[in-house]
Design a protein around this ligand. Structure first.
Ligand code: ADP
Length: 378
């Protein structure tokens, strides 16, 4: 067909950077331009008089005949593959995404189709990248939103906890001060002493809660500065035992190692003390009168391990997985005062220092908490 107009086609098509393909009604390629050669890696000679399917990935062959015939019958200008992704096949067998515009035309009695082919690999890559970025941003936003929600939940919990945990001791303090003013006689000194003791212990309790909250704040904002020094473990254990003795219930006693004078650690002393005293205080609080609490200390070449064993109320199995979550308190612990903060802080501290904490417990029988800490900072 192009014998006469070959030159005109040549002239026009070579000036265009899109691939141009002309096919006849049998889907045979009649002519292509240089851009098509470059895009598909075939020479003009290799393409002319070849079936159009040469340039279409084999998995699209089946559908293509039908699409072509429908289009051919209606013979109107349109883009190809609406709603579908189109691909071309190169000579080396690789596929690439394309966009194709179809332009039917007649020469005499014969119908032809001119296809304008654009390689959209770059555009698709860009779109894919854009979609990926949008996905990532969406994910980040969702995470930020969740974090914000979690923070809000924590704040709500914190407020209800503060109002509850502070109200009871404050009411106790108020009652004691009121009663104190009533005992005016010298002979009533023991009654006054009792109320002063109540007030002191409740103020201590409130102070401890506040310290816990402040620790959380510090831990979260990363403002914590550990101070690593060498110290004797016996000093820490003695300090913890001394303070714990004041909290013991009727008939409770603590067994602790007395032969640890030569054990030293290079660690943050205050934090080790805080962690151990937290475990011992819990053991006292969650054990009834007349029970024994045992502290066992072991040191190997790398780590020092503390076991705190009690014969207390234990932790119900269903609550065990949550025990280190902040503000979590087991069902059977709710009659005792507490905030559910101590173990959470202890765990975070220990992990910061390269250690860890685990426990085993049987409800109604007792619990063993085990904390491990490296002998020295790395
Ligand atoms: P708090 O004692 O203020 O509630 P903790 O974080 O120290 O907070 O402990 C969290 C929860 O773990 C407690 O409320 C209690 O349910 C449980 N728990 C901790 N230690 C023991 C223990 N020795 N025996 C039984 N339950 C314990």
């Amino acid at each position: 067909m192009f014998q006469n107009s070959q030159d005109v086609f040549q002239l026009l098509s070579e000036a265009i950077s899109e691939g141009i393909l002309i096919v006849d009604e049998t889907q045979t390629i009649i002519a292509v331009n240089t851009a098509t050669e470059q895009m598909f890696g075939f020479s003009k000679d290799e393409l002319n008089n070849q079936p159009l399917l040469t340039l279409i990935p084999s998995n699209f062959h089946k559908g293509h005949g039908h699409h072509f015939n429908t289009f051919y019958k209606h013979s109107e200008k349109r883009t190809m593959g609406k709603g579908r992704e189109l691909y071309g096949t190169r000579k080396d067998g690789s596929n690439f995404p394309v966009e194709v515009g179809l332009n039917p035309f007649n020469v005499g009695e014969k119908k032809y189709v001119m296809a304008l082919v654009i390689d959209i690999t770059e555009r698709k890559n860009y779109t894919d990248r854009l979609e990926k970025t949008v996905d990532e941003r969406t994910k980040q936003l969702r995470e930020a939103l969740e974090a914000e929600k979690e923070l809000n939940d924590l704040k709500t919990k914190f407020l209800s906890l503060v109002s509850h945990e502070f109200k009871t001791p404050l009411t106790g303090i108020l009652t004691s001060t009121m009663l104190l003013s009533k005992y005016k006689l010298e002979a009533q000194q023991d009654k006054r002493d009792k109320h002063i003791e109540t007030i002191t212990s409740k103020v201590h309790y409130l102070n401890n809660i506040l310290n816990d909250f402040l620790s959380i704040e510090k831990l979260e904002s990363g403002k914590i500065n550990y101070k690593f020094i060498q110290f004797n473990l016996s000093k820490v254990v003695n300090e913890v035992i001394y303070n714990a003795n004041m909290l013991l219930k009727e008939g409770q006693k603590i067994l602790y190692p007395e032969n640890i004078d030569d054990i030293t650690l290079i660690q943050d002393e205050k934090t080790v003390e805080l962690a151990l005293s937290n475990l011992v205080h819990n053991a006292i609080k969650y054990s009834p009168e007349q029970t024994t609490i045992e502290i066992i200390v072991n040191q190997d070449t790398k780590n020092t391990t503390f076991k705190v064993i009690d014969n207390g109320i234990g932790i119900p199995e269903k609550d065990q997985k949550n025990i280190f979550n902040r503000y979590f308190r087991a069902e059977n612990a709710l009659l005792d005062q507490g905030t559910g903060i101590g173990l959470n802080i202890t765990k975070t501290h220990l992990e910061n220092l390269g250690g860890n904490i685990t426990f085993s417990s049987i409800e109604g029988q007792g619990s063993t908490f085990i904390m491990t800490i490296p002998n020295t900072v790395k």
